[in-house]
Design a protein. Structure first.
Lengths: 493, 197
């Protein structure tokens, strides 16, 4: 073999190896890249974030937020009742408007509500809206029937937020009525109070939803192909403008609505997770939650009051468990269930699959065990854990904490607007971990109890108990052969 | 779900709070709407694709109980056929008959929408559409009427609800309001015509 041939052989053998070695390795996306890409969101630094899971504190922070507003308040809610707690919030809004007017300024209050709030709550909501409008607030229904005709788009508003002056916000799982704030009967729920750049990310979503309502109910858009109207809305969300270049957001693009916000030096890196079925076919939150579970290395805690999980999430939880991740799922027990009948049974396929696979599932017991202990001791307890679980939480490893309005189920994935916060913060992840630890701790759990003989303590017992093989058999019996029927009705839950 | 590769978007999405300061714009600090969205890469919305399928043909027969004006109540049967491009654009047309207490009608319908997949634990078909409807019937007292109405129909699985509103006019220049609510028992069928992109 001559030199030329040898060179040819070497190049033929070595060059491909050299090219392959120098090519950048196809790296898996980082956690932050995954959050941004799947969550369709934007990470910001310097946020102050507090988890609000005590009813009295959650109410007082909302009232404080409303009273502190100087320029604008943005409120969205699925329910707003005229009970003492809903009325307290309503009165605070009315007083804030009146106070600013007396000071010679104007407090702009925009309220977005849902048209599908059921039954008696719809009547309450209607009356609340009338009072708000009389006080000077503007109220819109999200995705209302237009021209007297049923809404073609099945989207429903389910997010719950109060945003003040583009600087502070409280958002998460709570609507505005006694079930969320009355210490005697409130559900266990969670919101976040946020101050920092993330608030304006949330605010922009609210304003887009606000202007969207007007756009989709025009007669012209009623007669256009639904796909064309949705395309307009997607363009609006992506660019802030409609296809013709105009922007219904222009009136809000002011320094007063979007004041410069300085990041706090000790603040948290966070992203707002917002879902809207008029814009996305599947909720970004759902896609992201499932991927975060798939990526988990050590631990996943997830809480949902209505765990009719999509199969992708259920299987992600099972797979995580099987590869050695500690997975803890917190749901309602049968006794503490928020909804009965078919709405309870619809959860059974998910719970059965998880328990059968060995995933740790705990059922929240509610207030009854501690009330029974108090009755037996002849005293009265004032620290109640929550009559039912309503919080929607996710913790992944020691770095991701999510507090949301999404139930991580089918309705939230495809039919609801939702809003929540994802924080990349060890401290907040630890807080969620501690809360789940406390919920599943076996007890005893001494709780102050006041009786005729003075203060004493009773054993409040565990807050939640793990579902066992016996529970599995009971659930299978209760489900019977209704699984496929319930699956086909999953649009309802 | 298709996950697009957008290094530029990801980089934009990782921009820290300084981006907010930049997006405030020059001078008075007012937010620059276009820059705000550019820095966020449009949140990846326009590249987000779920379940894009090819062309499909929908067949949607149904029987309905109808309440409203004119006539109070009626029974109806119709057949819609829809064609969709798998990206959300879909057109449908249909023919139906109504049998009421005081008149029988013939109905032609044309609209946007059609048979589509409904996301659920057990995937199933549904129907969503807005329509223009031409209705013709003989009234006991006022003779032949011709009416035009607009409406929406939404259905999941075997059940659908239709809302309709419009006007009708008789040969004797007698006008009637058309306002109807129908509950339908339907049997949607979808045939995929290609695999799509």
């Amino acid at each position: 073999m001559g030199i030329q041939s040898l060179r040819r052989v070497l190049w033929t053998a070595v060059l491909p190896l050299a090219v392959a070695a120098s090519a950048p390795a196809a790296a898996a996306p980082s956690l932050e890249e995954t959050i941004v890409e799947l969550g369709h969101t934007h990470l910001t630094d310097g946020n102050r974030v507090a988890i609000l899971d005590v009813p009295e504190v959650a109410l007082s922070r909302r009232l404080d937020l409303i009273r502190s507003a100087r320029h604008h308040l943005l409120i969205s809610t699925f329910q707003w009742n005229l009970d003492p707690f809903g009325s307290a919030v309503l009165d605070a809004v009315k007083e804030a408007i009146a106070l600013r007017r007396d000071e010679g300024s104007k407090l702009t209050v925009l309220v977005l509500v849902d048209y599908t709030t059921p039954g008696l709550s719809q009547d309450h909501l209607h009356r609340v809206c009338r009072q708000l409008e009389r006080a000077g607030a503007k109220v819109r229904h999200f995705n209302p029937p237009s021209w007297g005709l049923a809404p073609l788009y099945t989207a429903r508003l389910h997010d719950k937020m109060v945003v003040a002056d583009g600087r502070r916000a409280v958002f998460g799982g709570r609507n505005l009525n006694w079930k969320y704030f009355d210490p005697a009967i409130a559900w266990y729920d969670a919101d976040v109070e946020v101050e920092g750049p993330a608030v304006q990310e949330l605010q922009m979503h609210f304003l887009k939803a606000w202007v969207t309502g007007r756009h989709s109910v025009s007669l012209w858009n009623l007669l256009r192909p639904p796909a064309a109207v949705r395309s307009d809305l997607r363009k609006l969300w992506a660019t802030g403008r409609l296809p013709d270049g105009s922007s219904p957001l222009e009136p809000f693009i002011t320094r007063e609505f979007f004041p410069p916000v300085e990041p706090r030096p000790e603040g948290v890196r966070a992203a707002v997770l917002y879902d809207n079925p008029l814009v996305w076919d599947r909720a970004p939150t759902q896609d992201l939650v499932e991927e975060l579970v798939r990526r988990a290395r050590a631990a996943v805690d997830i809480a949902s009051p209505f765990p009719t999980f999509p199969v992708e999430l259920t299987e992600a939880l099972v797979d995580a468990h099987l590869r050695g991740v500690e997975v803890r799922v917190l749901v309602n027990s049968r006794e503490a269930q928020v909804r009965e009948g078919l709405l309870w049974q619809a959860q059974l396929p998910t719970l059965i699959r998880l328990v059968e696979a060995g995933v740790g599932v705990w059922g929240w017991l509610g207030n009854e065990p501690i009330l029974a202990a108090a009755r037996e001791a002849g005293c009265r307890v004032y620290e109640l854990p929550g009559s039912s679980l309503h919080a929607k939480l996710l913790r992944v490893d020691d770095e991701v904490a999510v507090v949301h309005s999404s139930n991580f189920n089918y309705r939230s994935a495809h039919f609801n607007t939702e809003a929540g916060l994802l924080a990349l913060d060890r401290g907040l992840a630890r807080e969620l971990e501690d809360r789940v630890d406390a919920a599943i701790a076996p007890g005893p759990r001494p709780v102050p109890c006041v009786g005729a003989a003075g203060a004493e303590r009773v054993d409040g017992g565990p807050l939640a108990v793990r579902l066992t093989v016996d529970d599995l058999e009971r659930m299978k019996q209760e489900l019977g052969d209704r699984g496929p029927t319930l699956d086909s009705l999953s649009v309802l839950w | 779900m298709v996950r697009p590769s957008r290094p530029a978007l990801v980089l934009a999405g990782l921009v820290m709070t300084a981006s907010l300061a930049l997006a405030q714009g020059a001078g008075d600090g007012t937010l620059d709407l276009d820059r705000w969205h550019e820095l966020r890469g449009g949140l990846g919305i326009l590249d987000d694709v779920h379940d894009r399928r090819g062309f499909s043909l929908g067949i949607y027969p149904g029987v309905s109980a109808v309440l409203g004006l004119p006539g109070g109540y009626a029974g109806a049967a119709d057949l819609f056929v829809s064609i969709g491009d798998g990206r959300g654009l879909s057109l449908f047309a249909g023919y139906g008959r109504e049998w009421g207490a005081r008149a029988d009608a013939t109905v032609w319908t044309l609209g946007w929408g059609g048979v589509k997949q409904v996301p659920a634990a057990e995937p199933q078909l549904g129907f969503f559409g807005t329509f223009v409807r031409y209705r013709e019937w003989e009234h006991d007292r006022h003779g032949r009427h011709r009416g035009l109405s607009v409406g929406t129909e939404s259905g999941v699985g075997l059940v659908a609800v239709t809302f309709e509103a419009g006007l009708a006019r008789s040969e004797r220049d007698h006008w009637l309001v058309v306002a109807r609510l129908a509950l339908k028992l339907a049997f949607p069928v979808e045939l995929h015509l290609d695999d799509g992109g």
